[in-house]
Design a binder for this molecule. Structure first.
Ligand code: GLU
Length: 447
């Protein structure tokens, strides 16, 4: 009997999958990256605006620290290396004016993993604005948590309004909730001003929600003036950060959560699960991360140039899309735009595009530009939105030239010269959206 059922398991694997993961595809960000890579390998010229990977190299001082620590081979403490936890705490105290100690920090192999762990250990609904980053919702579903989407609108740059959060909390005031707020935002590039953060913090406090403030793009706010909601709701806010975006080290896989002292029980529960799963984060990477979180002039200069480039490029891309008739918000930070092509509804329908997945699939097919459909961020399928990550350029070269350019905002000419693939791709998107019927011409051009 056991042999038979084991065989059945092999023959009909789907039956033996946990219900929560049956039919679960690869995460959209990674799937588009792999699809782009395989198209490139087959000879297509694909412009990769799909995966949100920093175009910039890791700062040399941090690479140097990694080199110097390549020999570190021991398992490190589950919660993270003591000196790193101290460095992360003092980074947050310094940058955000919120007093935290090393004891408040949990280090993991990417903030994504920590987000999964918090949902696993915290028994409450996951509340996220629509649109939100592609992985929050699938993580909740894998674990079996209830997901509540919070409405937003394009006219508010897709930002969460305090009234929406309040309306949800009022439905059942004592229900435990984990609210994720992400700013500068993936997928929109929008960030909240201090007034809006204050009003959101007031609602969060009133209903005692656990607020996970995903600030992984904080250092990439284009004006360099990122503020944390932890300043305003310190007792209930966990700040998520890491090396992936501002330090250009996505592949190093290091993320951090910084807790208020009264949520230490949550940190401890996550550490217990970590000890039974990933054990500890890679030792050499943790030693190198100390250098990154310590900051200093070299890192400040690097960040200053990264921000100048992203700010100028984001503006050129948004203007190009807007001129063509797409609706798109002004980018405040990170490297994303979330255009809405509703204006082109008629020509899209005539061309066979009824949904955002169809929009992105045909766009890739016709123009060679890879993007991610708005529906993967929690928007309705029939809404013609997509996310583009303006990252397909040589970040090292752009940094070198930005350092030589006169101070102040970088010019459009700079962006056209050093980020030409991205600018060209956005122009292709704009002209394709205006007349999607001309796909043969475009296909020839990219071939
Ligand atoms: N955060 C990045 C993005 O949204 C990619 C990293 C990932 O999904 O793991 O494209």
């Amino acid at each position: 009997m056991s042999v038979v059922s084991r065989r059945r398991g092999v023959d009909c694997p789907a039956i033996h999958l946990n219900l929560n993961v049956r039919g679960l595809p690869l995460s959209s960000t990674l799937a588009i990256n792999e699809r782009s890579a395989s198209l490139i390998a087959s000879g297509r010229d694909v412009i990769k605006l799909g995966l949100g990977q920093s175009p910039f190299p890791v700062p040399e001082v941090v690479v140097e620290a990694l080199r110097a620590n390549a020999h570190q081979k021991d398992y490190l403490p589950v919660r993270g290396l003591g000196r790193l936890r101290e460095a992360v705490a003092s980074y947050h105290s310094r940058r955000h004016g919120v007093a935290r100690s090393g004891e408040d920090v949990l280090v993991g192999p990417g903030s994504k993993e920590l987000m999964f762990l918090i949902q696993l250990v915290y028994y409450g609904d996951l509340c996220i604005p629509t649109p939100s980053w592609v992985s929050y919702e699938p993580q909740a579903r894998i674990i079996g948590r209830q997901v509540r989407w919070l409405r937003t609108s394009a006219s508010n740059n897709w930002g969460l309004q305090p009234e929406e959060l309040e309306a949800l909390c009022k439905e059942d005031p004592d229900r435990p909730r984990l609210v994720i707020l992400n700013y500068p935002n993936n997928p929109t590039g929008y960030t909240y001003g201090m007034d809006k953060l204050r009003r959101l913090a007031d609602v969060a406090r009133r209903y005692r929600v656990v607020l996970l403030s995903d600030e992984i793009y904080g250092e990439l706010q284009h004006d360099g003036a990122h503020r944390s909601i932890a300043e305003l709701y310190p007792e209930g806010t966990i700040v998520s950060s890491g090396l992936s975006k501002w330090c250009g080290a996505g592949g190093w896989r290091l993320g951090t959560f910084t807790f208020p002292e009264n949520l230490r029980w949550l940190l401890d529960a996550m550490a217990a699960v970590a000890s039974e799963t990933f054990t500890a984060t890679s030792a050499p990477i943790q030693f190198a991360a100390i250098r990154a979180f310590e900051g200093g002039d070299a890192i400040e200069d690097y960040l200053h140039q990264c921000r100048r480039i992203l700010s100028a490029l984001g503006r050129v891309c948004a203007d190009t899309l807007r001129r063509s008739g797409a609706t798109v918000g002004e980018p405040d930070g990170a490297f994303y735009l979330f255009p809405d092509f509703r204006r082109f509804h008629n020509q899209m329908r005539a061309y066979g595009v009824h949904t955002s997945p169809e929009l992105c699939a045909l766009l890739l097919e016709d123009t060679g530009v890879a993007t991610i459909p708005g529906s993967h961020f929690g928007r309705p399928e029939e809404e013609l939105t997509l996310r583009l990550a303006y990252v397909d350029f040589d970040g090292a070269r752009a940094l070198e030239h930005a350092a030589l350019a006169p101070p102040g905002a970088l010019s459009e000419a700079f962006v056209r010269e050093h980020c030409s693939r991205v600018v060209g791709a956005v122009e292709r998107i704009a002209s394709w959206a205006e007349s999607p019927g001309v796909r043969q011409t475009l296909r020839h051009r990219t071939a």
